[in-house]
Design a protein around this ligand. Sequence first.
Ligand SMILES: [Mn+2]
Length: 250
Amino acid sequence: MPEIRSTPTPPSTGGRLVYAVGDVHGYAAALKALLADIARDAEASRPAETPLLVFVGDYVDRGPDSRGVIDLILETEASGRFEVVALKGNHEDALLRFLEEPAYASSWIGNWGETTIISYGIVPPEPHDTAACERAQARFAAAFPEGHRAFLGRLALQQTVGDYLFVHAGVRPGVALDAQIPRDLMWIRYDFLECADDFGKVVVHGHTPSAGRPEIKANRINIDTGVYFTGLLTAVRLEGETRRFIQAGV
Ligand SMILES: [Mn+2]
C-alpha cells in the first residue's frame, strides 16, 4: 500500500490580525517605538476585526523603566485600538510575591528587582541588609499604584488564536494544553525548548532569549530577542497564514 501523505496546512490565526510582543524588561522607549510601528501597520492593514495585541510577559526588571512599560501597556489598552491580552511572565510572578512577602525582599532585590524599585521612586537598599530590604518592600508596596496592582492581578497565563497558543515560557511536553500548570507556562525552559514534538498548537513564547533574532521552529516561535543585551525588541505579526516580524531598537 502506498503511504498516503497529506500536505500539512500552514498554521493560521483563522484570519484575525494578531501581534505578539516579546519580553520588554523595562525598556519602555523601545516598546514605545515598537507600538508606534505596530499601530501604523494595523491602520494600513484595515482588518475587519479589532486586532489582537498579545504581550508575552516579563515587563519588569533589568531595564531602566519598568513602571513606564506597564503605563504604556495600560495606555494602549485604554486607546481601544487593539484588544490587549497581557500574559504573566515569571518576573511578574516574582514581583507579585515581593509585594506580598517581606521575607522575599532581600533575594528579589539582590537578583532582579533593583531597577524596578528605582523606577517606582524607591531608593534601593544594599541587598544583604535584610532589614533595609524589608523596609524598602513596605515603601514599595505603599507606593505601588493601584492601577498597576490591578494589572498584575488580571494577567492571563495563555491565549489561543486559531492554530497558535501564546504563553510566556512554554508548555510541558506530554501534557495536554488544557492541563498545563501555571509554573510551567511561566518558567519552563529546556524540556520545552529541546522538544520537537507537535504540541497541538504552534507555541508563541518568550522567556529564554534568542540573541537578536526570533527563533522559528515548526512547533514554536520564540520572540524574546534579549532586549537587555541586544537592544532589540521583537514582535510577530500573524494574519491568516502569514507571518512577519517587527523589531525596534533601544
Ligand atoms: Mn521570563
